[in-house]
Design a protein around this ligand. Structure first.
Ligand SMILES: NC(=O)c1ccc[n+]([C@@H]2O[C@H](COP(=O)([O-])OP(=O)(O)OC[C@H]3O[C@@H](n4cnc5c(N)ncnc54)[C@H](O)[C@@H]3O)[C@@H](O)[C@H]2O)c1
Length: 431
C-alpha cells in the first residue's frame, strides 16, 4: 500500500528526532491523531522521563503525554537503530550559532547521519529545524543519497519549518498552519498529508528552498522590527518622549501597522539566531544583509543600555552601581516560560556584575543559574523585597510576579518590560 494511503489510514510509524520544544509537541499531536510515534533523543534523562509519561515541556501537559504512552502510541528511545522501522522521519534538532555567528550544523549532520544509516526505500524524511536556504537540497539530500538511494525515486524528502510559540495558549502546534516544501511534488504531497493530519492547514510551496526562506523571513521580520522599535526607545528617551504611549497610540491604526515593543534584548533559540543563518548564506552569494546586521547590533546593545539606565536610576538617589545590591526580576527570555537560552537577562546580570553590583534574582521558572562560573539560586520575591535591594530590574514580565507589592515595597525600580504600565511613582524608571 502507498505511504500516502497509509498516512491517511494512520497505519504508519513516525519517528521524531529531537524531543525538545519543537519535537515533543509535534510527537504528542501525531500520537493523539493515532500514529505510532517513536521519539529519538540523545538525552537519556528526557527519554526516561517521557517513557514514564512525564512531560518536561509546559505546552505538552503530562496527562496528555501519559495517555499516549499508555495507549502505546508514543515511546521514546536513545537507540537510533529504531529509525529503520519508521515510515516517516522528522528531524527537529537544534541549529545554534558558533561563536563566530556562523551556523552550527553539527546536530543536523549527526541526525542525518543516523537517518542515513537506517534509510529504507519508501520513507519520508522531513527536516524541521530552522536553517539556511539550501540546507535540504545541498546538505541533507546528498548525504542521504550516499546510501545509493535516490531522493524522489526511492525516498521522499521535504523541509517543513516549525512555528511553535512556547507558552502561547492561543496557538498550539495544532493551530498553526504548516509550510511544506518538497524536493518534488510527490514529496510535498506526502509531507502535507502527514502534517495535515495534525495541524489546521498545510501550505504547500514549490521547493524546499522556498520553505526554508519563508521561515527565515518570518524570524528576520521580527528581529528587524524589534531592532527598529528598540532604536526608537533610545531615541524617545533622548527626546524625553514616552515610547510606550507612542506605540499604544500608533497601534490604534487598523491597517498597515503592527506593534512591536522595546525590551532588554532578544532571547530564545530563534529570533537572535536564525537571521544570521540567512546573512551567512547571503554572504556566500556576495550579498550583505544590512538590515539583519543592523538589527543584530541594536538588539544586542540593549542589555548594556538597561544597565546604564539602572546606573542613572541609582545616580538619581546618589548611589553608584558599584557596591549596590541589584535584584533582577525574571531570567527567562520571555514571560511565563523557563527557557533561558540567549536570554538578555543573563547579559544584564553580567554587565551589572562587571560594574561591581551584587546581584540576586527571582524567577519561579528558573530555580538555579550558572553564569561566569558563579552559581545563583533564585530567591522568592518576598525575601528579595524584605532584603531591601538598592534597585530592582524587571527583565522578564512573568504573570506570576506581584507587581503591586513590588511597587509598594521597592525603593527604586528599572522596568525594562513596561510591566508596571498601570503604576506610577517617582521610584519607577521605564526603558
Ligand atoms: N523553540 C522554539 O520556539 C522554536 C520555534 C520554531 C523553530 N524552532 C527550531 O526547531 C529546532 C529545534 O529547536 P528546539 O527549541 O526544539 O530545541 P531543543 O533544544 O528544545 O530540542 C532539541 C532536542 O534535540 C536533541 N538532540 C540533539 N542532537 C540530537 C541528535 N543528534 N539526535 C537526537 N536528538 C538530538 C536534544 O537532546 C534536544 O532534546 C531548531 O532548529 C529551532 O531553531 C524552535
Amino acid at each position: 500500500m502507498s505511504l500516502l494511503k497509509r498516512i491517511q489510514d494512520r497505519d504508519c510509524t513516525v519517528g521524531i528526532i529531537g524531543l525538545g520544544y519543537v519535537g515533543l509537541p509535534l510527537a504528542a499531536e501525531l500520537a493523539k491523531a493515532g500514529f505510532h510515534v517513536t521519539g529519538f533523543d540523545v538525552d537519556a534523562w528526557k527519554v526516561a522521563e517521557l517513557n514514564a509519561g512525564r512531560s518536561y515541556i509546559p505546552d505538552v501537559p503530562t496527562a496528555e503525554l501519559a495517555e499516549v504512552v499508555k495507549s502505546g502510541h508514543f515511546k521514546a528511545t536513545t537507540d537510533m537503530a529504531g529509525l529503520a522501522e519508521m515510515d516517516c522521519i522528522d528531524i527537529a534538532v537544534p541549529t545554534p550559532l558558533r561563536k563566530t555567528k556562523d551556523p552550527d550544523m553539527s546536530y543536523v549532520v549527526q541526525a542525518v547521519e543516523a537517518v542515513k544509516k537506517h534509510l529504507k526505500k519508501g520513507q519520508l524524511v522531513s527536516l524541521e529545524s530552522t536553517t539556511y536556504p539550501g540546507t535540504t537540497d545541498e546538505l541533507v539530500k546528498p548525504m542521504l543519497e550516499e546510501t545509493g538511494l535516490k531522493a524522489g525515486k526511492d525516498f521522499y524528502l521535504v523541509f517543513s519549518p516549525e512555528r511553535v510559540d512556547p507558552a502561547n495558549p492561543q496557538y498550539l502546534t495544532k493551530d498553526i498552519p504548516k509550510v511544506v516544501g518538497g524536493i518534488d511534488k510527490e514529496s510535498t504531497e506526502i509531507g502535507c498529508a502527514l502534517y495535515g493530519a495534525v495541524v489546521t492547514r498545510t501550505v504547500p510551496v514549490s521547493s524546499t528552498v522556498v520553505a526554508e526562506m519563508a521561515k527565515l523571513l518570518e524570524n528576520t521580520f521580527r528581529s528587524v522590527n524589534i531592532g527598529m522599535v528598540n532604536e526608537l526607545a533610545l531615541m524617545c528617551h533622548r527626546m524625553k518622549i514616552d515610547v510606550w504611549e507612542v506605540i499604544d497610540a500608533a497601534k490604534t491604526k487598523p491597517f498597515g501597522f503592527m506593534p512591536f515593543y522595546p525590551g532588554p534584548g532578544l532571547g530564545g533559540h530563534c529570533i537572535p539566531i536564525d537571521p544570521f543563518y540567512l546573512s551567512w548564506k547571503a554572504r556566500q552569494s556576495g550579498f550583505e544583509a544590512r538590515f539583519i546586521e543592523l538589527a543584530g547590533q541594536v538588539n544586542s546593545s540593549m542589555p548594556e543600555w538597561v544597565v546604564s539606565r539602572v546606573a542613572d536610576a541609582l545616580n538619581s538617589v546618589k548611589k553608584a552601581v558599584n557596591g549596590s545590591r541589584v535584584h533582577v526580576y525574571g531570567i527567562a527570555y520571555k514571560k511565563n516560560v523557563g527557557d533561558m537560552r540567549e536570554s538578555p537577562a543573563l547579559d544584564v546580570i553580567e554587565h551589572l556584575l562587571r560594574r561591581g553590583a551584587t546581584v540576586t534574582y527571582s524567577d519561579p521558572f528558573v530555580p538555579t543559574l550558572t553564569l561566569d562560573g558563579h552559581t545563583f539560586t533564585a530567591v522568592t520575591t518576598q525575601d528579595a523585597l524584605a532584603a531591601k535591594p538598592d534597585c530592582v530590574v524587571i527583565t522578564t514580565d512573568h504573570d506570576v510576579f506581584d507587581y503591586a507589592e513590588l511597587v509598594k515595597q521597592a525603593s527604586l525600580i528599572m522596568d525594562a518590560r513596561n510591566a508596571l504600565k498601570t503604576f506610577s511613582g517617582a521610584h519607577i524608571h521605564r526603558l
